[in-house]
Design a protein around this ligand. Structure first.
Ligand SMILES: CC(C)(COP(=O)(O)OP(=O)(O)OC[C@H]1O[C@@H](n2cnc3c(N)ncnc32)[C@H](O)[C@@H]1OP(=O)(O)O)[C@@H](O)C(=O)NCCC(=O)NCCS
Length: 180
C-alpha cells in the first residue's frame, strides 16, 4: 500500500523511506562523483543519521525529503526534496527544491521527472508561490536540471556555509514561480 506522502510519476515513486534504502543511500553518498559539488563524501554514519532525520520530517509533515524508487525494478534511485531551510541565505526566506541521484540512474531523465512531481505538489497542494534551487556555479548537470524544469537564472551569491577559499563557494540561484 502507498503511504500518504507518496507521489507517482510514469517511471518513479516518491515515497517515505524504508530501512532497505539505507544501504544504497550510503553507497550514493560515498560516491565521489555524486558528491563532487559538496564539501566531501559522507560516511555510513553520516548517511544513516541524515536518513533518520528526513524520515521523521516526512512522518511529521507528510512531505519533504522523498526517497525515489524506480517503479519497474523497485530499486532506490536517490532523493528529491522540498525544504524550508533554517540557514539564512541572502534571499531568505524561501522554499528550496533539491535532488541527488545515484550515478547508475543518471542520464535517464529521472531527476527532471521526479522533481517535476515535487514542484507540482508544492504549487498545487502547498500553494507555494515560488520555489528556488541553487548549486555551485560549476555544477552544470544540476543547472541543466533547473533549466529543463523551466527555472529562471536569478543571480549569483557566495554560500556562507562554504569555506571562503573553496571553489564551490560561488553559487547560482534559480527561481520558479507558480503558474497561478
Ligand atoms: C544533478 C543530477 C541529478 C543530474 O542527473 P541527470 O541524469 O543529468 O539529469 P536527469 O535525470 O534530468 O536526466 C537528464 C539526461 O537524461 C537524458 N534522458 C535519457 N532518457 C530520457 C528520458 N526518457 N526522458 C528525459 N531525459 C532522458 C537526457 O537527454 C539528459 O541527458 P544529457 O545530460 O546527456 O543531456 C545528477 O548529476 C546528480 O545527482 N548529481 C549529484 C548530486 C547533485 O549535484 N545534486 C544537486 C545539488 S543542488
Amino acid at each position: 500500500m502507498l503511504d500518504s506522502a507518496a507521489l507517482i510519476t510514469p517511471r518513479l515513486l516518491l515515497r517515505q523511506w524504508q530501512q532497505s534504502d539505507l544501504e544504497p543511500f550510503a553507497a550514493m553518498n560515498s560516491d565521489a562523483d555524486v558528491m563532487r559539488y559538496f564539501p566531501a563524501p559522507w560516511s555510513r554514519e553520516q548517511s544513516d543519521a541524515f536518513a533518520q532525520r528526513v524520515m521523521r520530517l516526512i512522518d511529521e509533515r507528510g512531505w519533504g525529503f522523498w526517497a525515489v524508487e524506480e517503479r519497474a525494478s523497485g530499486r532506490f534511485v536517490g532523493f528529491v526534496v522540498l525544504h524550508v531551510p533554517s540557514d539564512q541565505l541572502p534571499f531568505s526566506p524561501f522554499v528550496e527544491v533539491g535532488w541527488r541521484l545515484a550515478k547508475s540512474h543518471w542520464g535517464l531523465g529521472y531527476a527532471t521527472e521526479a522533481v517535476q512531481s515535487a514542484i507540482a505538489f508544492g504549487f498545487q497542494q502547498l500553494h507555494l508561490v515560488e520555489l528556488v534551487a541553487f548549486t555551485a556555479i560549476t555544477n552544470l548537470k544540476s543547472r541543466a536540471v533547473m533549466e529543463r524544469l523551466g527555472m529562471r537564472l536569478d543571480s549569483e551569491f557566495d554560500h556562507p556555509q562554504v569555506a571562503v577559499e573553496s571553489e564551490l563557494r560561488r553559487h547560482v540561484l534559480y527561481r520558479l514561480r507558480s503558474p497561478e
